[in-house]
Ligand binder design. Structure first.
Ligand SMILES: [Zn+2]
Length: 233
């Protein structure tokens, strides 16, 4: 696989609890913008090969560039779509080998897999898309409420429509629809990360300025004492 380390995004986030900066190599899903961090220990980021293996172990499909990575939730959804598609096909006529064709690498392609199949004598039409019950909606809204920080900030770090959908075992579309209707837009994770970094830098600047003022006042005090001892020279 020809893919070098710069193909991963490196991000820095200020950890409020540990009071220090954490560095990450970040992978971003090309389908749903979900992202996952690999913490960089010391000053040495992982080289591409082990980093790719690391994310693959977490369930990611790693593309030829960082524009083609797909998160575990989207991979799962693609596989489910694939199975539904295959089940439908098998219902119409038995396929020869019955073995799964290789998983294509983008959800979009999988969804439009079967465009030319004639609609002849379909014994079992595809089930209508499920719609959320009142209870589903309530649970989804509660979950979004827990993780959505506001229309300007979107979800908190690491949370996406897809991750909430996976957690609740509901279609991503339900989460997207309810989030759009009751909360606000998804904020680009890159922007959210930048904002977080900016906020922590502002915080550090404030701390430095406070420290500066303290040092100045101590210095002035010391100067006054020296002047006094020196007999007002
Ligand atoms: Zn995804």
């Amino acid at each position: 696989m020809t893919r070098d380390a710069v193909m991963f995004k490196e991000t820095r986030t200020f950890d409020q609890n540990a009071k220090k900066h954490l560095c990450f190599q970040t992978v971003i899903c090309s389908e749903c913008q979900a992202f996952e961090n690999h913490p960089v220990k010391g000053a040495r980021p992982l080289p591409p090969e082990p980093l790719i293996k690391y994310f693959q172990r977490q369930g990611w499909v790693m593309g030829s560039s960082r524009k083609h990575d797909i998160c575990p939730a989207c991979v799962k959804e693609a596989a489910a779509a694939k199975r539904r598609d295959l089940a439908k096909k098998n219902g119409e006529r038995l396929t020869g080998s019955g073995e799964l064709p290789p998983l294509p690498h983008k959800t979009a392609e999988i969804i439009q897999m079967n465009p030319k199949e004639p609609a002849m004598a379909t014994p079992q039409p595809a089930p209508p898309p499920r719609t959320p019950s009142r209870e589903d909606k309530r649970l989804i809204i509660l979950e979004i409420e827990d993780h959505y920080l506001g229309p300007d900030r979107g979800y908190s770090v690491g949370i996406t429509d897809a991750s909430l959908a996976t957690k609740l075992s509901v279609p991503v579309k339900w989460v997207i629809d309810l989030r759009e209707e009751f909360f606000g837009p998804v904020v680009d994770p890159e922007v959210a990360i930048l904002k977080t970094n900016l906020a922590s830098m502002m915080e550090r600047l404030d701390a430095h300025e406070r420290e500066g003022r303290e040092i100045r006042s101590k210095l002035m005090e010391l100067k006054a004492r020296v002047a006094k001892i020196g007999g007002g020279q």
